[in-house]
Design a protein. Structure first.
Length: 263
């Protein structure tokens, strides 16, 4: 069984070194390994986790990033999908087992850049103008299911949406009821967790379709509040609401604690 906790940042075993230089902030397209997770313990080889500000905000091109791979058929029927290589390989293993057991996992969304998230956000910003005229109300309405640009886990290449974007499809009588039960029973064996579960004190509504590759995403989640402040969440319509809403505390960190290695 995959020992997730042994692969990721954990307590005093690692020191997160974030080197946020002027050069990398001014050159958003060029991602360099400025930030690493440094293993201070004597344990065997641990993964190096690149987590600079540019990366965490989704301001890079996954097509040019050495750790990303293309995701094609039979895992998705949509073009242009990319994932972190390690996350995709884990997904392939999960997909294969699921397939043998009659479960057809299908990726319908994976990595999204800042600009892609901005297009989603600003589309909803316009659509919700009449029903939520006040900026904060409108932002909170969008935040039921969509992230502010710069704060999405989809920026990291570790998170995927599976099969359908409606919770009832995964519930009793829904066409993906069995699939969801399978994920609840087995996804953790491949490193995947559901970040947006029911009953969390803050953050997005429940999303039964959204799964995260924890051996990488846990590190990015922990790096985020170290590297990013709400002043960095900018560059789109309605961004002035980010600090009032406390987007980092309530949304980036408002996840199922199981995805942070806690229960
Ligand atoms: Zn998602």
């Amino acid at each position: 069984m995959l020992k997730i906790s042994s692969l990721i940042i954990s307590g005093s075993l690692f020191v997160l070194v974030l080197y946020l230089c002027c050069a990398c902030q001014s050159n958003a397209q060029e991602l360099k390994p400025h930030a690493v997770v440094h293993d201070t313990a004597s344990s065997p080889v641990q993964p190096t986790l690149v987590a600079d500000k540019t990366y965490l905000l989704g301001k890079f091109d996954p097509n040019k990033h050495p750790d990303f791979v293309k995701v094609g058929a039979p895992y998705t029927d949509r073009p242009g999908m990319m994932m972190r290589k390690e996350a995709f390989e884990a997904f392939e293993r999960m997909w294969n087992t699921a397939q043998k057991e009659g479960i057809q996992l299908r990726i319908i969304s994976s990595t999204r850049t800042f600009d892609q998230q901005k297009a989603i956000w600003e589309g909803k910003w316009t659509r919700f103008a009449a029903t939520a005229p006040k900026p904060k109300d409108r932002a909170l309405k969008i935040l039921e299911y969509s992230s502010m640009p710069g704060s999405s886990r989809h920026h990291w290449g570790t998170d995927i949406d599976l099969n359908d974007l409606n919770n009832p499809s995964f519930e009793s009588g829904g066409k993906y009821e069995k699939l969801y039960a399978w994920l609840l029973a087995h996804a953790h064996e491949y490193g995947f967790c559901q970040p947006y579960t029911a009953g969390r004190p803050s953050g997005y509504h429940e999303e039964k379709w959204h799964w995260s590759y924890q051996p990488l995403s846990e590190g990015f989640t922990k790096a985020y509040p170290v590297a990013i402040t709400e002043a960095d969440i900018t560059g789109f319509t309605g961004s002035e609401t980010a600090s009032d809403i406390q987007i980092i505390q309530n949304y980036v960190l408002g996840i199922n604690q199981g995805c942070l290695g806690k229960q």
